[in-house]
Design a protein around this ligand. Structure first.
Ligand SMILES: Nc1ncnc2c1ncn2[C@@H]1O[C@H](COP(=O)(O)OP(=O)(O)OP(=O)(O)O)[C@@H](O)[C@H]1O
Ligand SMILES: [Mg+2]
Length: 256
């Protein structure tokens, strides 16, 4: 897998702070309406890193990434992109800034073909650059090239995740939020997807990866956060988290 398949990404925008992380979340409190789910979560993701968010079902992982992407309510705290405040910013504005998001569910248009799904990701890309961008994602996901004329609804679970990821990569995001891309996939497919995630980060993207396949995710990550009841209960390097008996007892033992 060519780490260079995707040129490191998107402009950092104006008004950014030199040396500031691609994504810096500080003390985020978030939820839905009056219901608070996330209680003061802080997270940092630098370009070139895979940062994993683990935790039991219902611990607030999806709510956390949704809040970062402006899809859940932010009650307090801050979210910064290269030092620039982006709290409570609409998803379409964040997308234009170079933040990509692949939701946990319903992340492809099943009645559209693979190519038509990719065309959605190409929409914001200047016409002259579209072919090259497409070639790069086909390099990363050769299967999608073979399946480009098929409706996305006919793809396997793993192929759908690849399509959703490919579409999110086309605008060349600097930050990519992935919510459980390997849920319900066979472990061999999961391993393959994780290799791709690693290569996406290596090409210069800051990847935030929400996962239930904790053991495998911990092997490819640079840093891991464990959410329990909407709070960071543990954080550390992958191997330290994997070796932490308390985490193993509370979280890894429960992984699907
Ligand atoms: N739209 C919503 N409105 C109100 N509560 C919600 C909404 N979406 C999720 N919740 C609640 O927020 C809590 C956390 O859910 P969330 O989906 O963030 O957990 P998760 O860690 O992603 O779980 P999983 O591993 O199952 O995906 C749950 O109690 C859930 O019922
Ligand atoms: Mg979730």
């Amino acid at each position: 897998m060519a780490a260079t398949a995707l040129k490191a990404a998107a402009s950092q925008g104006t008004g950014t702070t030199a040396g500031a992380p691609a994504l810096l979340v500080e003390g985020l409190h978030a939820g839905y309406g009056k219901v608070q789910i996330v209680h003061g979560v802080s997270l940092t993701a630098e370009r070139g890193q895979v940062v994993v968010v683990l935790g039991p079902n219902g611990s607030g992982k999806s709510t956390f990434v949704k809040a970062v992407y402006g899809l859940a309510d932010q009650f307090a705290g801050s979210v910064k992109h290269f030092g620039e405040e982006i709290s409570r910013t609409a998803p379409e504005v964040l997308a234009r800034r170079g933040i990509g998001y692949v939701p946990q569910r319903d992340n492809v248009f099943v009645t559209l073909t693979v190519q038509e799904n990719l065309d959605v990701g190409l929409a914001p890309v200047p016409r002259a650059e579209r072919r090259e961008r497409l070639e790069r994602v086909f390099e990363l996901f050769p299967l999608l090239y073979e399946r480009r004329k098929q409706p996305a609804g006919t793809l396997s679970g793993g192929e759908r995740q690849m399509l959703a990821m490919a579409r999110a990569l086309l605008p060349q995001p600097s930050v990519l939020l992935l919510d459980e891309p390997t849920a319900a996939l066979a472990s061999k497919v999961t391993a393959h997807l994780f290799q791709i995630v690693r290569s996406i980060a290596d090409s210069g993207v800051a990847v935030v990866l929400v996962e239930q396949n904790a053991r495998q995710a911990l092997q490819i990550c640079d840093w891991a956060y464990v959410l329990i009841n909407g709070q960071v209960a543990f954080e550390g390097k992958g191997r330290d988290i994997a070796g932490n008996q308390e985490v193993v007892r509370q979280v890894l033992g429960e992984a699907r």
